[in-house]
Design a protein around this ligand. Sequence first.
Ligand code: M6R
Length: 608
Amino acid sequence: MCGIVGMIGQDLTVKRLIDALKKLEYRGYDSAGVAFCDRNGLNVRKAAGRISVLENSLGDEIESNILQGIAHTRWATHGGPSDFNAHPHTDCTGKIAVVHNGIVENFDRLREQLEMNGHVFKSATDTEVIAHLVEDHYKGDLVAALRHTLVDLEGAYAIGVIHQDQPDVIVAARKGSPLVVGCTNGSGYMASDVTPLLRYLRDVQFIEDGELACIRSGRVEIFRLDGSAVVKSPTKITWSEDSAEKGGYPHFMIKEIFEEPQTLRNAITGRIRKGLPYFRELEPLKETIEKAGSITVLACGTSFHAGLVFQRFLQDYAEIRVDIDVASEFRYKNLVLKEDDIVVAISQSGETADTLEGIRKARRCGAKIVSLTNVVGSTISRESDAVIYINAGPEIGVAATKTYVAQLSVLLLMGAGLAMIRKPGNGEIFQLVNEIEGMPTVFENVLSSADEQCQRLAREYYQFRHFMYMGRGYSYPTALEGALKLKEISYIHATGYQAGELKHGPIALLDRDFPVFAIIPEDGLKSKTLSNIMETRARDARVVAICSVDDREVSKIVNSRIEVPKVSPPLYPLVMSPFLQLFAYYVAVARGYDPDKPRNLAKSVTVE
Ligand code: M6R
């Protein structure tokens, strides 16, 4: 899970390459490197640490004009983070440089053979075998050399290769890891995703598994492994470059939380007609949906929590059985799916390896795949029967925030749509859809108070070392997501529980140093959660509640509270989201951490 970028053509400098690489830093940031050809040949510079370390080490060289270059920001898999293991990797002649995102699974065997044939390795990475294989296969044609190399590789890759004897070309290839290419009149580009390219172009081509791209100034050619040419039309990207920048906020995470009203607007635009949900993308599957005996949802992390809300909603309103699994478990299960069963895959990035393998397995059983993703052209979107985009724009902070609210709003609408198909005439659906339509305004009105309340709360609680989040019904996924947000960016141990489960074990943990975050909206389960709060107070635990506005019952029995507007029960996970995200954000900042780049995490988990 790394970021790669490559550029060739007019007015190119090392700085341009580094600036483009920074847009991919969310994909991994334990080391970085760049390889470029200038009139004197190939140069490689790399450094352990963030891209800024590499940048500082370059000194004046950063302004040098270059003919072409490739760069890499790393999230280590094989070989720890170090200068040596940072990419690009080179061959024995020092003329070939390679960047790679993915894992070469058979690298041990390949390395052994290469070493027996006299190749000398400089790193402990799997990637270096690619550079040596290209060296062996190079006979003056870099495309052919990479094509022959790929035959030997098992595993996943997005690769960029340059050769000092061919400074007019970058060759790239993909299997299992994302890769996008494009060109303008005098330049050519490749990258792991579109964000570094937005400054230069809007029409891009997504490389598919088993394809190679030959990138020159002003021209990109795509080939299959057998050498035949691929002709594909470009995809137009509508994201603005600004949307990928911080816009005056100290971190992307807070900027992205404050974008949520607009994110919601974008997510639901075009999805409501005459007061009812409208999903054109699902029309070809209408008959299958009508007949479906059950639906299976799969996802990971935050997307899984959105899936739990969807599950509950469908069970409540569409009266259909919904199974849900985290994709890393689902993919290794004996599936009992039947032909034409529906599988809904939720993935912000559309590249999560477990989710991708999950849908591949489900497809082999004959299931129809509906995916919900944010990234146009992502692998999951391309391998689905129907794709629903959440249109949240790029999310740079590693913690999912605005994309979670976009997922929830679209899933609730989709759930309402399915409910109308399966149980037409349910008046409550009109009311819920109407409320969802009003959510962007509710968010606009609530954000500044949420910000204030959460800053205050974070000041009170940032020094605690543990947190228990609890909730029932729709609030259980909220408890899980609140706990995930807190732990992933503030490194406080936090766990989410069904409130009724506490007494079956976890309550033993509670004391004055172990606060409880109670998710207690105005719904049919409130009285039950009130009792659970009393149980935790009796164990001396401090209780923070997130409840609906002016809730006297709750305010009387808790130590601190934050208040959210009153909405219908299924919409509380949505309206509570920015509060829990802001709380986690301010706690992380108070503890001195960078919430955009939590340790050990990367935005898109494209390895198993
Ligand atoms: O791109 P995906 O939605 O498939 O990603 C799934 C998880 O990796 C992701 O939600 C992760 O849990 C985030 N760190 C949550 O903030």
